[in-house]
Design a protein around this ligand. Structure first.
Ligand SMILES: Nc1ncnc2c1ncn2[C@@H]1O[C@H](COP(=O)(O)OP(=O)(O)OP(=O)(O)O)[C@@H](O)[C@H]1O
Ligand SMILES: [Mn+2]
Length: 972
């Protein structure tokens, strides 16, 4: 296991400094630890634990470091601050493993680049280690039995740069295994020994809860790794068996010795078997053990329950310190006691150290009168001659009964014995009786409370289930009555923004969601999918935009609801008759704009504009380019499109150059006759989804998305995307042998002997993201090249609904509910077709799931009254199971859509052919068909429904008379 496999190239000393800073203790803590270290004899083995802890934490921190690096790249997009060196490395290693996870979860195709596999594997294994090390390190601190926690990290060990050493890690693992086996062995032997010695465990101090006390002692008995390592250190080189034998002998000696002493003391010795790990190494007198026992109660048993975890760890150090041989020195000052032991403390303060111990023992013996019934029974059986019946605090509800019984016994037996049994003391008797009542009352009360709780829970469950049905009915009614949607996490903001509040419904929805989730346990599958649907919608709402009251927030909710709808049992098909009717009137022209570009008039071609004419030998592409018009790239029935596609698929490749600009690798493929295509190579199989930790701007480009987007654009009737075809190339003969020099430099042969290249770009153009032949074939998308006529330059426009391209910052449209009003007042969106073109683009991007629409381009020569090109769709079709509603923000915020677009959507929705089918048919002509993974096709239909629903919502919110001032009717 290599520590280096995290892929981090960070300067080690810098990292160490960071880690030291992170763990810099306060002066008080340092003093405390210093003190603890002084007292502790076991720094070596304990230190070891801490260096482990540090390693775990270090790795955690290291992980953060990775994020930190990513965070520092503020504008990561094409404008290109991010350079691949180092910065890309950290997130990418994570991505690789995330990708692997995808493969594992979805049973996806294998990652073909073997070196990638290697990397992700090593990364994964490293993660695995990291986790376990962290768990190991954190276990003591987070576990319920805090007494198991090793003492705080000594400063000395803190400074050990243990993460540097790989062997130390191995040592740690080995030693840990060793420890565990020793631990087991030891436990076995100790158990045996305990049986050998016939220890009476019922003979514990009983001032307080016996459970608490035995917890601490049990802890010691079960030998936590820290206590074991402590012991191992104290015992140093003595073999375990020998040490155990010695220890056993000593116990035996002590036992014999104690038998000669007072009977009360004898109890203590036997009870002190709990302290074996400690007393095993040190010769102790019975009195010392008594003290030790007391201390252990004070410092373990009670601290477990009463101290905060931080305090607990330090108290443990103190305790361990006290248990070191010096700590048993009689002159050791009395340690600070817990508040509950004030009585004892007062008592003890009156006595000299030596005397005190004896008295203490006696006191304890007195208290042993409160031994547990079980123990008392045992004591009575085994040690009748001792006559002292002992009793522990009762644990069970009926313990008071046995206590009463044993009290009677005490009174009988106690009279005839010499022990200091004061159970016949009338005051004590009264006290006990009172306690009994108290206990009865308490247990009665507790039972009542429990019963009430149970009742409440039961009633709630019933209520939840019942309400689910009610709410479902309600929801269906709502849908049928064409009421507006109100789902998702932003529902309240949305309601506030719209001012026509469905706050109550929002709350109801929240309520429903909660109860649906709850009722999942009752096995309702429907509920579970529904809950999931609305949850993912919630995510969409929040991830896409701030909840700042934007209408898009509401829309996000709407989509969430619809998303949920698709997974529910079929409801009658909603044909959106209301919308169909509206298409026939102009009543809602402020929402449904009748602004279809009329291609029959004022629609000059580029050739006409630029006075260019293709020669007799002009290629299909050139002719295509010259025929581009002001209003669309190609005519509805233009056969040149197919010719252009065919050329790109069939023509031999002459030259390959890397395309500059953009963030990811693209190649310019040159064919004969000056035909060019823009190629995006395949990186992943079709079913590879956007990596969960990828932002839209770091998502990989998908060649098949480019192909599918062209087809979709055509089917939608926009015709604003250049023709794109798929083609499979021979990487050796069709790229490598034809590549220009700069590209050639990035070629290499992978370990599995495939030819690979990575090119030069800002994202993913490095050896670990190379594009490789499989074994020699490489698939790609080929987009017909845009005209490059000198005077046909394109104008680049910033998209008004551009995302922030920053991980933490939000764009204005995400926070300003009235953002559309601002856009409507700004040229070129204040008049003409442009704003409606953006609505079309939003619909188009929402259908493909493309969030990467930062800019768009137009042909300069046409001015403003021209269409925006639909370019760059490589980041679409990444998340088939998620509908990113924020992409629809322009439509939702402006409440605007072209009538022609709405007609198309209604057509897809109502048939005869759904969009998915139209797409499938269109795509089946492509050489790399099937182009889309089935879930993406299904997503198209689902998203069509969502858009329709949001338009319906817009209609509801914008009745004809009550038009918002900002919403100018563009259709007029
Ligand atoms: N078919 C095409 N023919 C000629 N040039 C094109 C074509 N498609 C896109 N381009 C140009 O290439 C540039 C980069 O293309 P594209 O946006 O697809 O790459 P990208 O790596 O995704 O870029 P970015 O990361 O900036 O989005 C575009 O800005 C556009 O000007
Ligand atoms: Mn792009």
């Amino acid at each position: 296991m290599s520590l280096k496999s995290s892929g981090s190239e960070i300067d080690v000393s810098q990292r160490n400094a960071n880690i030291r800073n992170l763990f810099t203790p306060t002066p008080a803590a340092m003093a405390k630890r210093k003190e603890a270290r002084k007292r502790s004899q076991s720094s070596v083995s304990l230190q070891r634990n801490h260096s482990e802890m540090e390693m775990g934490q270090n790795y955690l921190y290291n992980g953060n470091n990775g994020n930190h690096y990513a965070d520092d790249n503020d504008d990561q997009h094409g404008m290109g601050v991010l350079n691949a060196l180092g910065i890309n490395q950290l997130p990418m290693t994570g991505n690789q493993s995330a990708m692997k996870q995808y493969h594992a979860v979805n049973g996806y195709g294998q990652n073909k680049a073997s070196h990638k596999d290697g990397q992700s594997n090593s990364n994964k294994s490293n993660n695995g280690w990291h986790q376990s090390a962290f768990e190991l390190a954190m276990k003591p601190a987070s576990g319920s039995a805090l007494v198991h926690a090793p003492p705080p990290v000594p400063l000395r060990s803190r400074q050990h740069k243990s993460w540097k050493s790989t062997s130390q890690l191995e040592n740690f693992i080995n030693s840990n295994e060793e420890k565990q086996s020793k631990h087991l062995q030891m436990e076995l032997e100790l158990e045996q020994q305990q049986q050998d010695m016939a220890v009476d465990f019922g003979n514990e101090m009983t001032w307080g809860k016996s459970v608490e006390k035995s917890q601490a002692l049990n802890h010691l008995r079960t030998l936590s790794p820290s206590s074991l390592s402590y012991q191992a250190t104290v015992g140093r080189s003595a073999p375990l068996a020998e040490r155990l034998q010695r220890f056993r002998n000593r116990q035996q000696q002590q036992r014999e010795q104690n038998e000669e002493q007072e009977q009360q003391q004898q109890y203590y010795v036997s009870a002190d078997i709990d302290n074996i790990p400690f007393i095993g190494q040190v010769q102790l007198s019975a009195e010392q053990i008594g003290i030790a026992n007391l201390h252990s109660h004070n410092n373990f048993g009670n601290s477990t329950n009463r101290r905060s975890s931080a305090g607990n760890v330090s108290s443990l150090v103190d305790a361990i310190g006290r248990y070191s041989p010096e700590a048993f020195d009689e002159t050791e000052p009395e340690p600070e006691l817990e508040p509950d032991f004030e009585l004892e403390q007062q008592f003890e303060e009156e006595l000299t150290p030596r005397r005190r111990q004896r008295v203490l023992i006696k006191r304890r013996t007195v208290r042993t009168a409160k031994q547990s019934p079980l123990a008392s029974a045992r004591a009575n059986e085994g040690k009748n001659e001792k006559t002292t019946t002992t009793k522990r605090e009762p644990k069970s509800g009926i313990a008071w009964l046995s206590r009463l019984q044993s009290e009677k016994n005490n009174q009988v037996v106690g009279a005839t014995t010499t022990s200091t049994n004061n159970s016949n003391n009338p005051i004590m008797a009264v006290l006990r009786t009172m306690k009994l009542k108290e206990r009865l009352a308490i247990s009665l009360g507790a039972t009542l409370v429990l019963l009430t709780l149970l009742l409440i829970v039961d009633v709630q469950m019933d209520f939840g289930v019942a309400n689910r049905h009610l709410l479902q009915q309600q929801q269906q009614q709502q849908q049928q009555q064409h009421q507006k949607l109100r789902f998702g996490s932003n529902v309240n903001d949305y309601d506030a923004a719209s001012g026509k509040g469905a706050m109550g419904a929002g709350i109801l929805h929240e309520f429903k969601r909660k109860f649906l989730q709850k009722s999942n346990s009752s096995g309702s599958k429907e509920a579970s999918t529904q809950a999931t649907g609305s949850q993912s919608g919630g995510v969409a709402g929040t991830s896409g935009q701030d909840g700042g009251g934007s209408a898009a927030g509401g829309g996000a909710g709407a989509g969430a609801g619809s998303g949920g709808m698709s997974t529910r049992k079929p409801i009658p098909h909603d044909r959106y008759v209301d919308l169909q009717k509206l298409l026939l009137t102009d009543e809602y022209s402020h929402v449904i704009a009748d602004n279809a570009p009329d291609v029959t008039m004022d629609n000059p071609t580029l050739g006409e504009m630029l006075h260019l004419r293709g020669g007799a030998n002009a290629s299909n592409l050139e002719r295509f380019q010259l025929r581009i018009t002001k209003k669309e790239l190609y005519g509805e029935h233009d056969t040149l499109v197919d010719a252009v596609l065919r050329d790109m698929i069939k023509l031999p490749i002459q030259h390959v150059v890397q395309k500059e600009g953009g963030t990811q690798l693209k190649l310019i493929i040159q064919y004969p006759n000056d035909i060019k295509a823009l190629m995006k190579p395949m990186r992943f199989p079709r079913d590879q989804q956007t990596l969960p930790n990828h932002f839209y701007f770091t998502d990989y480009e998908r060649h098949n998305a480019e192909i599918a987007a062209f087809h979709l654009d055509r089917i939608l009737g926009f015709r604003r995307a250049m023709p794109v075809a798929g083609r499979t190339l021979n990487i050796t003969t069709e790229i490598y042998q034809l590549a220009e020099e700069n590209l050639l430099k990035t070629f290499f042969v992978s370990p599995s002997l495939n030819l690979c290249f990575h090119g030069k770009c800002s994202y993913y153009c490095d050896t670990s993201h190379a594009i490789c032949g499989n074994p020699d074939m490489l698939e790609g998308s080929f987009a017909a090249f845009l005209p490059n006529f000198e005077s046909s330059n394109r104008k680049l426009w910033r998209h008004p609904w551009r995302r922030s391209y920053h991980k933490r910052k939000k764009a204005l449209w995400e926070t300003d509910a009235n953002y559309c009003a601002l856009v409507r007042d700004t040229p070129p969106y204040d008049e003409g077709r442009r704003l409606l073109d953006l609505m079309d683009m939003a619909v188009f991007d929402f259908l493909t799931g493309n969030m990467d629409r930062h800019h768009y381009e137009t042909f300069k020569v046409y001015g403003n009254e021209t269409f925006p090109l639909h370019l760059d769709h490589g980041r679409g079709f990444g998340r088939p199971f998620h509908d990113e509603l924020s992409i629809l923000a322009p439509v939702l915020q402006c409440c605007l859509l072209r009538k022609s677009t709405l007609m198309k959507l209604l057509e897809f929705h109502n048939g005869p052919q759904p969009l998915s089918q139209l797409m499938q048919e269109s795509l089946s002509n492509d050489p790399v068909s099937p182009v889309l993974w089935q879930p993406h096709l299904e997503a198209l239909d689902r998203r069509t429904g969502i858009i329709l629903q949001s338009i319906r919502d817009c209609i509801k919110r914008n009745p004809p008379g009550e038009m918002d001032n900002s919403e100018t009717d563009l259709s007029s």
